[in-house]
Design a protein around this ligand. Structure first.
Ligand code: ZN
Length: 166
């Protein structure tokens, strides 16, 4: 690690450029031209690719120090909840809307069903038995609804992860 935050930022950019095999951004090349320490760091990093392929693999101290620092920072995040995949919110909203849209029709249909069945059976089935049957029906329906809506976060997570991998 260096003491100058500008050097730190440039070295982070160098690492990004190295790992993504992209050229350095214009703003960073300016600093790179004037700062000998960062230039050396860039050369060491550039040699890393060749070194990795060689059987006598050795990394310079500055490269390994920064790599260790980044690894420690990444490991320090462990223990927290992992971030949600990109597009999770959109998938969640899409699934929730798809589940909510037919809900008024389903509720109206069930209300109508209750009335019709209640009217038909009211004459010869005891009132208490009708209430118990209706209660069982409602509990089952609530259970299915809980299963349906409770699965949305998990489904959204899977769909967002799959579309991120594509
Ligand atoms: Zn520098």
């Amino acid at each position: 690690m260096s003491n100058d935050p500008r050097c730190d930022a440039v070295r982070a950019q160098l690492e990004e450029a190295f790992w993504s095999r992209l050229p350095l951004a214009a703003g960073d090349t300016n600093h790179f031209e004037t700062c000998a320490a960062c230039r050396t760091y860039g050369e060491e990093l550039g040699g890393l690719g060749a070194q990795l392929a060689s059987p006598e693999f050795a990394v310079s101290e500055s490269v390994s120090a920064r790599a260790l620092g980044r690894a420690r920072a990444a490991l320090a995040v462990d223990g927290q909840a992992p971030p949600l995949p990109i597009g999770y919110g959109r998938e969640f909203a899409r699934l929730l809307i798809a589940a909510l849209l037919p809900l008024p029709i389903v509720l109206a249909w069930n209300a109508a069903l209750f009335n019709v069945v209640g009217d038909v059976l009211a004459g010869f089935v005891p009132e208490l038995l009708l209430r118990i049957a209706a209660g069982g029906y409602v509990i089952t329906a609530v259970g299915w609804a809980a299963l349906l809506f409770g699965s949305i976060p998990f489904l959204a997570h899977r769909r967002a992860t799959q579309s991120a991998l594509r």
